[in-house]
Design a protein around this ligand. Structure first.
Ligand SMILES: [Zn+2]
Length: 258
């Protein structure tokens, strides 16, 4: 009897101990899980807040130097602006000085540059589009097939950033000598690398960045020569956070900067 009783007590004690261990273990796991979750949520909120806090002061998505023209945001007819001729191209008068300083700095670093393209009117873009399309039709495509094939390589009139006068195709002379038709591989040249690296100091960014994500956002494959003026503060912020103009405008709007 005595033996049995003490066995019973031992069994009960063991059971309580096991129960405590199980409960304690689950509670610990629950706590750990909750705090991990809290940390994750906390850091996501914090980084978003930090990003918004770092947004350049007074900047709005509707600012003139952030105008967005692409296939998803066509602009037709084009918005008029003051045009100034630089070399034999035209650009928006407001970017003449920054562009000149940018190219002078490149020259001082040992890299002469060529302004390949500046403002292109919708009418000109239409001409290019029609010419390429007519070629496809001559080769036997139907009008619809020809339109599709053309749209794959030529911006649809009204959706090219060049119509804003804020975009330039700018190339290091040595890179251009090797790739007169412009090519992403121009970025193998130190001249083009210098331009890409220092563009933000003069208010420009490379708009069509490399990488699947960026190409999805812009709808355009990587172009190592197409620079877009957005102003120094915007350019530096976008570069620091690896943002395309599309993504940056999205962020401004989310932050209530319309
Ligand atoms: Zn371009």
């Amino acid at each position: 009897m005595q033996v049995l009783k003490s066995h019973k007590i031992t069994a009960v004690l063991v059971a309580i101990l096991v129960l405590l261990l199980v409960l304690g273990g689950s509670y610990w796991a629950y706590q750990a899980n909750t705090s991990r979750h809290k940390t994750q949520t906390g850091s996501a909120t914090k980084s978003e807040k930090t990003l918004d806090a770092e947004l350049p002061k007074g900047v709005k998505a509707s600012d003139w130097d952030l105008v967005l023209v692409n296939r998803a945001h066509p602009q037709n007819p084009e918005k008029p602006f003051d045009k100034v001729t630089v070399d034999d191209k035209q650009v928006d008068a407001r970017i003449v000085e920054p562009l000149e300083k940018f190219r002078q700095a490149a020259q001082a670093a040992g890299y002469s540059t060529t302004l390949v393209s500046g403002y292109r009117s919708i009418a000109y873009q239409q001409q290019v589009f029609d010419t390429v399309m007519a070629g496809h039709e001559r080769d036997g495509m139907s009008a619809e097939e020809a339109r599709k094939a053309t749209a794959a390589v030529v911006q649809i009139p009204g959706s090219s950033e060049h119509q804003t006068g804020l975009a330039v195709d700018l190339a290091g002379d040595d890179a251009l000598a090797k790739y007169p038709q412009l090519d992403a591989a121009m970025d193998q040249f130190p001249s083009q690398q210098w331009l890409i690296k220092h563009a933000p100091d003069y208010g420009f960014v490379l708009h069509f960045l490399p990488g699947k994500e960026a190409e999805k956002e812009t709808g355009i494959d990587y172009e190592s020569w197409h620079f877009r003026y957005v102003g120094v503060a915007n350019a530096q912020y976008m570069t620091k956070h690896h943002l395309t103009l599309e993504a940056y405008i999205e962020q401004l709007k989310k932050a209530g900067r319309n």
